[in-house]
Write a protein that binds this ligand. Structure first.
Ligand SMILES: C[S@@+](CC[C@H](N)C(=O)[O-])C[C@H]1O[C@@H](n2cnc3c(N)ncnc32)[C@H](O)[C@@H]1O
Length: 290
């Protein structure tokens, strides 16, 4: 591309064409988001400047990002950010990019917690901190909630710690490295977990997952290894009247329901759909102590 005679509109078109040729799913949107990132404009700002020339350095940076995207890098890893529950989360290759369906889990938790001020909450497999930190940001600051976020991955916890600081939540969430509920000693009221739940074949069949950490995706032969272990240990830790809400693959609804029933024979067990109407979250509500 000729550096001297390139308008923002022309560059945007070229970016879209390149991504379209590489088979990207949303080439127009990706090209626009990457250009807005390079030029630091919001949508309105970018479209107001379509006829302006682009600086050579910005053009080089943009074309490099377009090539990385064409090679399969997720847009969120290229911009370093993804919005979740209306909050800007920093993301990087050490942590899963938060998904919109997980917002349903957080919204359910906000409602549940609305009737239980000061509850103790644990987010197992926190990744970027999406669940724990959005709860900390969106719950009323008083009473004092006790929010713990656990992950096995030091790389994910480093990203969660940066998000904690960026969102000003340092004193509101405790980050812990460990496996599942093993680091938790005291009873908690609510366990939330979006653990790895895919089968290896599902991961292999979806090239869009290739850039994300295997540790965040692979749930073993039936995808339920981690959920099975978590449910086995959960009766030790969940207080009477407490609850557990787990994200699952829609195909796991039946088996996950059975695992929940085995672990908590007396509990009420529900499934929440995602925005596509697919069974996405299992909610286990324990009876209060009688
Ligand atoms: C699907 S990602 C979810 C990340 C985040 N909660 C979200 O919703 O965006 C699963 C997370 O579980 C973590 N994980 C995997 N095995 C674990 C284990 N045994 N104990 C704790 N965390 C684990 C991974 O490192 C990853 O961050």
């Amino acid at each position: 591309m000729d550096h001297q005679h390139t308008t923002i509109a022309g560059v945007l078109r070229a970016g879209k064409n390149r991504l379209s040729g590489a088979g990207a799913e949303s080439p127009g949107l990706d090209a626009e988001v990457l250009l807005r990132h390079v030029l630091n404009h919001d949508r309105a700002g970018l479209f107001a400047r379509l006829a302006d020339p682009i600086e050579p350095a910005a053009l080089d940076e943009y074309l490099a990002l377009i090539e990385e995207r064409a090679g399969g890098a997720p847009v969120a890893y290229l911009t370093g950010e993804r919005e979740f529950m209306g909050l800007p989360f920093m993301v990087g290759p050490g942590a899963l990019i938060p998904r919109p369906e997980t917002e349903i889990l957080v919204e359910w938790a906000l409602t549940w917690l609305g009737r239980r001020p000061g509850a103790a909450i644990v987010d197992v497999g926190t990744g970027s901190g999406a669940i724990a930190l959005s709860l900390a940001a969106l719950l009323p600051p008083d009473p004092k909630w006790r929010i713990t976020a656990v992950d096995l991955s030091a790389a994910a916890l480093a990203i969660a710690a940066q998000n904690c600081a960026r969102l000003g939540l340092d004193h509101r969430v405790t980050l812990v490295q460990g496996s599942l509920l093993a680091p938790i000693r005291d009873p908690v009221d609510l366990v939330l977990a979006n653990l790895p739940y895919l089968r290896p074949a599902q991961i292999a069949a979806n090239p869009r997952l290739a850039a994300e950490p295997r540790l965040a995706l692979d749930g073993g032969p039936d995808g339920l290894d981690l959920i099975r272990l978590l449910l086995r240990d959960a009766p030790r830790i969940v207080a009477p009247g407490g609850a557990i809400a787990l994200e699952i693959d829609p195909g796991q609804r039946h088996t996950a329901g059975e695992l929940a029933r085995d672990a908590f024979p007396e509990a009420s067990i529900d499934v929440l759909p995602d925005l596509a109407g697919l069974d996405r979250h299992v909610v286990i509500a324990l009876e209060p102590r009688s």
